[in-house]
Ligand binder design. Structure first.
Ligand SMILES: Nc1nc2c(ncn2[C@@H]2O[C@H](COP(=O)(O)OP(=O)(O)OP(=O)(O)O)[C@@H](O)[C@H]2O)c(=O)[nH]1
Ligand SMILES: [Mg+2]
Length: 290
């Protein structure tokens, strides 16, 4: 009887070494300190961060997660919801982050309706372009059928320096990236081009990494060891043209009631990069006005 050929061991879904270094015990405190110490180049200036991305990608949850990390308690100010298909966020809203009792951090988040693949559903691409320039007033009820017109009372004509967006952040889910339709990718590209024309820097935050990959769901420290997630980030980079070093994976707070060091570390990694990019743009605008 011939001996049976032994089966090759299944290939591990994890790399032996992470492809990006994270110091899980120290990085959180360092990044937290950087965010607390951050001062914009001009007194009274603020970094405006606009989040966009597919409906249900985790935009509102990301704002809540940042608020939670910086306030050291669970925060649910931006309403997040598990809706299927259409966007839950309907209004254009600015979120400030409290620092002390009477002060706020010098950056704000703008949350907007999610993008959808079909025409006349989800946020209108032209509305995202108007928001980038600062023309959209607070609480504007977004209308997927038509863009904000100049006659509308929510159209801001006279712009001030703080109205303009300084960094555009694409929030994109890792678990459903493969099924994002071509039409939606086209909308993301169009918004990206509009931001590039305005010299606005761009970052992508990849959410739901815990759902996309069981090894990461089990232990978030596997984030940069997962071959699957690295492949997803490379796919995003190719599809929409964002370089790999501008893509940051996070798990948002969504079901937990207590903060966790590893979740905080990834959220802060993304946030510090977003603030740095926004700060670069503020300095760029300052040089231009000289
Ligand atoms: N597992 C997991 N779920 C998440 C994560 N981020 C968000 N969610 C869940 O995904 C759903 C949608 O999240 P939202 O934050 O409402 O997404 P959104 O992009 O604001 O959605 P719209 O406003 O509808 O465009 C909610 O049920 C969240 O709890 C994450 O990182 N991991
Ligand atoms: Mg939302």
């Amino acid at each position: 009887m011939g001996s049976k050929a032994s089966k090759p061991a299944p290939e591990s879904p994890l790399l032996d070494e992470p492809w990006r270094e994270v110091n899980w015990s120290e990085e959180k405190q360092r990044d937290l300190q950087d965010v607390k110490n951050y001062k914009p180049p001009t007194e009274g200036q603020q970094v405006r961060i606009l989040l966009h991305g597919p409906a249900g990608s985790g935009k509102s949850s990301f704002i809540n997660s940042v608020q939670s990390v910086l306030n050291d308690r669970m925060y649910r100010q931006a309403l997040a919801a598990n809706t299927f298909g259409s966007s839950f966020t309907k209004k254009y809203t600015t979120y400030k982050v409290p620092k002390d009792k009477d002060t706020f951090y010098p950056f704000v988040f703008n949350d907007i309706m999610g993008l959808e693949s079909r025409e006349q559903t989800g946020v209108h691409v032209d509305d995202v372009k108007l928001a980038l320039k600062g023309h959209m007033k607070e609480d504007y009820q977004l209308n997927p059928q038509s863009k904000l017109s100049e006659e509308n009372q929510f159209y801001k004509r006279h712009l001030e320096p703080n109205d303009k967006v300084h960094v555009l952040v694409l929030i994109i889910p890792a678990d459903t990236l493969g099924i994002i339709r071509h039409e939606l990718v086209q909308k993301i590209r169009e918004i990206r081009t509009a931001a590039s024309d305005l010299a606005i820097p761009q970052i992508a935050v990849m959410t739901k990494i815990d759902k996309a990959c069981p090894e990461i769901g089990r232990d978030l420290k596997n984030v940069y060891r997962s071959k699957y997630l690295k492949g997803k980030m490379q796919q995003l980079s190719t599809d929409v043209g964002i370089p790999m070093n501008c893509i940051f994976p996070v798990k948002n707070y969504h079901e937990e009631t207590k903060l966790n060091n590893d979740v905080d570390t990834l959220i802060l990694n993304a946030l510090t990069q977003i603030i740095t990019c926004g700060d670069d743009h503020l300095k760029f605008l300052l040089n231009q006005s000289d």
